[in-house]
Design a protein around this ligand. Structure first.
Ligand code: DSN
Length: 424
């Protein structure tokens, strides 16, 4: 059969874009060839509604083994007692958890989207803010860090059924132990969405949420460097902490509730080709090479944050513990929207982002978010981060100067041309 020229030309154009530029979007990464091979395999042809050993279709013996490998590797990676690897995305994972644990109208307490939180943690434009009653905590104005005493006060006032921690743009580690105490005081379920730092958590570089949180969700394509997808995990609270009962009065374990909230609650057939790719990525994440990778991600981020501060940029909370940072551009007299556009013209990809207490709309914003997972996968190290910040500063200091933009772009293209997407 002929290749679909139209679409494969576009795929090749995207490959060249990824190859020639600097990828700084904190939620993006480059998956290995074997992850992509698994995703592009015949497993896409198979329906397998249900779980390994309990499917609604024949012919599932092999996909059962694939999914079991994914589940077992994930359990080992995070020291989890129970996992579900079927969510198609992080949003789907969070939807399933909320369906399993909450009734419509229940109060949830999440990290404010405009301070770095996520849409699925209660935003009014998302199912989580429409079906449930959202309340929020945020960072302090002076420190730009979460004050857990204030979270405790907010929780005792709002009495949430679920407290959600985790963020899309918060560069500090989380105090899961303290949050669990706050959840227990309010008889609330504690959900950690670790989509951003999950790769770093897997290797012990950041605190372990599974030791304290009832339920943990993540995507698999950010610092975990797998295919685009989601997962749900439980650690020590494997048993149902709230005694949900079936109509016949049997206590259902939380794991059963979560499994059925994924399928048939919110999804149909699982994507077994993606689950195979997840298994490959979990296998990669179990290696020492991945340990070196995650250590380098954080080293690179710290050097990058310092380089920005030295050039007079306001890095929110003055630094980072993880792979990302949020930069308030107001002191540089450029909006997030204008910065994103100017950098794009120089083949540097970032995203505009609200900063805490922003006075601009989400379409304009006062900030940009950057991260090091993708550049580190390409093999870049600390010295390279300083060079990246020099380029960014040159462009943002002269956003309308086409000559400077073109010179920076040419230098970046030349620098990147021989660097594979997946080097380390
Ligand atoms: N869109 C993701 C991010 O960029 O952080 C979160 O879903």
């Amino acid at each position: 059969m002929n290749a679909d020229q139209e679409i494969f030309e576009l795929i090749e154009a995207e490959r060249k874009r990824q190859q020639s530029g600097l990828e700084l979007i904190a939620s993006e990464n480059f998956a290995s060839d074997q992850v992509m091979r698994a995703m592009g395999s015949v497993l896409t042809n198979k329906y397998a509604e249900g779980l390994p050993g309990k499917r609604y279709y024949g012919g599932c013996e092999i996909v059962d083994r694939v999914e079991d490998l994914a589940r077992n590797r994930l359990k080992t990676l995070f020291n989890a007692e129970w996992v579900n690897v079927q969510p198609h995305s992080g949003a789907q994972a969070n939807a399933a958890v909320m369906l399993a644990c909450l009734n419509p109208g229940d109060t949830i307490l999440g990290f404010d989207l405009s301070h770095g939180g996520h849409l699925t943690h209660g935003s009014p434009v998302n199912f989580s803010g429409k079906l449930y009653k959202p309340t929020f905590y945020g960072v302090e104005k002076d420190t730009e860090i979460i004050d857990y005493d204030r979270v405790e006060k907010t929780a005792s006032k709002e009495k949430p059924k679920m407290i959600i921690c985790g963020a899309s743009a918060y560069s500090r580690d989380w105090d899961y132990e303290r949050l669990r105490k706050i959840a227990d005081e309010n008889n609330a379920i504690l959900l950690a969405d670790i989509s951003h730092p999950s790769g770093l958590i897997a290797k012990g570089i950041l605190k372990d949420p599974l030791a304290h949180c009832h339920i943990v969700t993540s995507t698999t394509h950010k610092t975990l460097r797998g295919p685009r997808g989601g997962i749900i995990m439980m650690g020590s609270d494997f048993e149902n902490p709230f005694g949900h009962k079936t109509p016949k009065g049997q206590i259902k374990m939380m794991s059963q509730l979560l499994d059925s909230a994924v399928f048939p609650g919110t999804q149909g057939g699982p994507l077994e080709h993606v689950i195979a790719a997840k298994a490959v990525a979990f296998g990669e994440a179990l290696t020492d090479e991945f340990m070196h990778y995650t250590v380098q991600v954080v080293k690179n981020a710290k050097v990058m944050a310092t380089a920005f501060v030295e050039k007079g940029y306001h890095v929110i909370s003055n630094g980072t513990d993880n792979h990302s940072m949020l930069i308030d551009l107001r002191s540089k007299n450029i909006t997030g929207k204008a910065a994103e556009k100017a950098l794009e013209l120089a083949d540097v990809t970032v995203n505009k982002n609200m900063v805490p207490f922003d006075d601009k709309s989400p379409f304009v914003t006062s900030g940009m978010r950057v991260g090091t997972p993708a550049l580190t996968t390409r093999g870049l190290v600390e010295e390279d981060m300083k060079r990246v910040v020099d380029y960014i500063d040159k462009v943002l200091s002269n956003p309308d100067n086409e000559q400077i933009t073109n010179t920076v772009k040419a230098e970046i293209n030349d620098w990147m041309k021989d660097k594979p997407l997946f080097a380390q």
